[in-house]
Design a protein around this ligand. Structure first.
Ligand code: F3S
Length: 65
Protein backbone atom coordinates (compact mmCIF):
# COMPACT_ATOMS: atom_id res chain seq x y z
CA UNK A 1 0.00 0.00 0.00
CA UNK A 2 1.04 3.56 -0.65
CA UNK A 3 -0.35 6.91 0.37
CA UNK A 4 -0.69 9.63 -2.22
CA UNK A 5 -1.74 13.28 -2.38
CA UNK A 6 -3.78 14.60 -5.28
CA UNK A 7 -1.90 17.86 -5.81
CA UNK A 8 -4.81 19.23 -7.85
CA UNK A 9 -7.03 19.05 -4.76
CA UNK A 10 -4.51 19.91 -2.03
CA UNK A 11 -4.80 23.50 -0.83
CA UNK A 12 -2.24 23.34 1.98
CA UNK A 13 -4.25 22.72 5.13
CA UNK A 14 -1.29 20.64 6.40
CA UNK A 15 -3.45 18.54 8.70
CA UNK A 16 -1.82 15.50 7.14
CA UNK A 17 1.55 16.61 8.51
CA UNK A 18 0.11 16.91 12.01
CA UNK A 19 -1.91 13.70 11.97
CA UNK A 20 0.63 11.50 10.17
CA UNK A 21 4.15 12.83 10.72
CA UNK A 22 5.60 9.45 9.77
CA UNK A 23 4.17 9.78 6.28
CA UNK A 24 4.09 13.50 5.47
CA UNK A 25 6.28 16.52 5.71
CA UNK A 26 5.59 20.06 4.55
CA UNK A 27 7.22 21.79 1.63
CA UNK A 28 8.51 25.36 1.50
CA UNK A 29 4.96 26.64 0.95
CA UNK A 30 3.57 24.69 3.92
CA UNK A 31 1.83 22.15 1.72
CA UNK A 32 1.94 18.50 2.72
CA UNK A 33 4.10 16.12 0.73
CA UNK A 34 4.55 12.40 1.01
CA UNK A 35 7.83 11.25 2.57
CA UNK A 36 9.76 8.91 0.28
CA UNK A 37 7.59 6.65 -1.87
CA UNK A 38 4.65 6.80 0.56
CA UNK A 39 4.77 3.14 1.53
CA UNK A 40 2.23 2.37 4.26
CA UNK A 41 3.15 -0.42 6.67
CA UNK A 42 1.11 -2.11 9.38
CA UNK A 43 2.73 0.32 11.82
CA UNK A 44 1.71 3.44 9.87
CA UNK A 45 -1.70 2.31 8.59
CA UNK A 46 -3.55 4.01 11.44
CA UNK A 47 -1.76 7.28 10.73
CA UNK A 48 -2.52 6.91 7.04
CA UNK A 49 -6.22 6.43 7.66
CA UNK A 50 -6.20 9.39 10.04
CA UNK A 51 -4.67 11.58 7.35
CA UNK A 52 -7.28 10.49 4.80
CA UNK A 53 -10.03 11.47 7.24
CA UNK A 54 -8.33 14.70 8.34
CA UNK A 55 -7.87 16.27 4.93
CA UNK A 56 -10.75 18.69 4.32
CA UNK A 57 -10.11 18.63 0.57
CA UNK A 58 -10.27 14.81 0.34
CA UNK A 59 -6.90 14.97 -1.41
CA UNK A 60 -5.34 11.92 0.26
CA UNK A 61 -5.82 8.32 -0.82
CA UNK A 62 -4.40 4.95 0.15
CA UNK A 63 -3.77 2.85 -2.94
CA UNK A 64 -2.93 -0.84 -3.27
CA UNK A 65 0.46 -1.92 -4.52
FE1 F3S B 1 -3.13 19.20 1.45
FE2 F3S B 1 -5.00 17.96 2.73
FE3 F3S B 1 -2.57 17.82 3.62
S1 F3S B 1 -5.19 19.94 1.77
S2 F3S B 1 -1.61 19.74 2.99
S3 F3S B 1 -3.30 17.01 1.69
S4 F3S B 1 -4.40 18.03 4.85
Amino acid sequence: MRIVIDTERCTGHARCVVVAPSLFTDDERGYGCVIGDGTVTDETLQEARGAVNACPERAISIIEG
